[in-house]
Ligand binder design. Structure first.
Ligand code: NAP
Length: 248
């Protein structure tokens, strides 16, 4: 068991990539907290995992929700070993039509949410003097530009620097912070895009490994980064993209 009795919070753990991470961590002995704005999905996964897991309704962009989450987890388990900042949202809009409201909502969830969760959890890890792991889910579009996603891609670029700076600052507390940059993964977030047979075929062709990623592909890396196998790795940004980011 690679994560025996570790306490792991996974934000947005009710669906897609977060769900796969929650199931994988639980199968390696972790006590998993699924913190999702969609409580029904979080509950479903928690029931699937069984006794050692907890489902919480949390909007990661709300400081109050995040503080409640950390308090509840500390009361229930007495420690936090792993935080996966996975919750994220995306919309598509040409830059000139993007409203401040839409810009803010995406930045609030994807970037500020990660800041709030990381800060609240790191404080507890430091207080308890336990070694800790934080994993941020960015995107290859945190460093590869495209059109109509400036708000999402700017938030994901922000996560990369947030990872590096927190890795540097928290290293003295034995807290490691790393970042995963997925390419195109088959999740509810991409349902609309990938349900079109032609688009799916085209996307697959663009990937050097000729495969759309599965949430489990990301979960495998998350497990490695959460476990002691990666004990000398911090501040890293690792793509899980079948080689997509290698292409011009
Ligand atoms: P997903 O299928 O949409 O699942 C995300 C989960 O997070 C959903 O249950 C969602 O609830 C929840 N969530 C949304 N806003 C939240 C908030 N404010 N607080 C807490 N939970 C919230 O997404 P995914 O594709 O698994 O993506 C997971 C992460 O990977 C995201 O950060 C995403 O940007 C990143 N990523 C994904 C891909 C990809 O190809 N799928 C590629 C690169 C990066 P609702 O459904 O109710 O909104």
């Amino acid at each position: 068991m690679k994560l025996d009795k570790k306490v792991a919070i996974i934000t947005g753990g009710g669906k897609g990539i977060g769900r796969a991470i929650a199931l994988r961590f639980a199968s390696e002995g972790a006590r998993v907290v699924i913190a999702d704005i969609d409580y029904d999905s979080a509950m479903k996964i928690s029931k699937e995992i069984g006794g050692s897991s907890l489902a919480l309704k949390v909007d990661v962009s709300s400081k109050k929700d995040v503080e409640n989450m950390v308090r509840t987890v500390m009361e229930r388990f007495g420690r936090i070993d792993i935080l996966v900042n996975n919750a994220g949202i995306q919309t598509e809009k040409p830059f000139v039509d993007l409203s401040v409201k839409e810009w803010k909502r995406v930045l609030d969830v994807n970037l500020t949410g990660t800041f709030l969760c990381s800060q609240a959890v790191a404080k507890e890890m430091i207080k308890k003097k336990n070694e800790g792991v934080i994993i941020n889910i960015s995107s290859i579009h945190g460093y590869i530009p495209r059109i109509k996603k400036v708000h999402y891609d700017a938030s994901k670029a922000g996560l990369i620097m947030l990872t590096k700076e927190t890795a540097l600052e928290l290293a003295k507390h034995k807290i490691r912070v790393n970042c995963i940059a997925p390419g195109i993964i088959d999740t509810p977030m991409n349902q609309e895009l990938l349900s079109d047979v032609e688009t799916r075929k085209k996307m697959k062709q663009r990937v050097p490994l000729k495969k759309i990623g599965e949430p489990e592909d990301v979960a495998s890396l998350a497990l490695f980064l959460a476990s002691n196998e990666s004990s000398y790795i911090t501040g890293a940004v690792v793509p899980v993209d079948g080689g997509l980011s290698l292409k011009p």
